[in-house]
Design a protein around this ligand. Sequence first.
Ligand SMILES: [Zn+2]
Length: 72
Amino acid sequence: MEEFVQCNVCGKEVKKENGFMKEDFLEVTKEWGYFSNKDIELHSFQICEDCYDKWIATFAIPIKKKKVTEVV
Ligand SMILES: [Zn+2]
């Protein structure tokens, strides 16, 4: 069975091979609570690395970065 993840921003497909993604991507899942205007909705989306880079470039405050020495 071929599985893939589709970037919500550009629509690019990232294919899964043997359970592993061929490219890395950002996966966001957010359960909006009672104090939001969304009334306990679960939102989720995926963003490919290209779109992620473009997205964070628009942030007023840069993201936190830290080198990870051990990749699990
Ligand atoms: Zn994308």
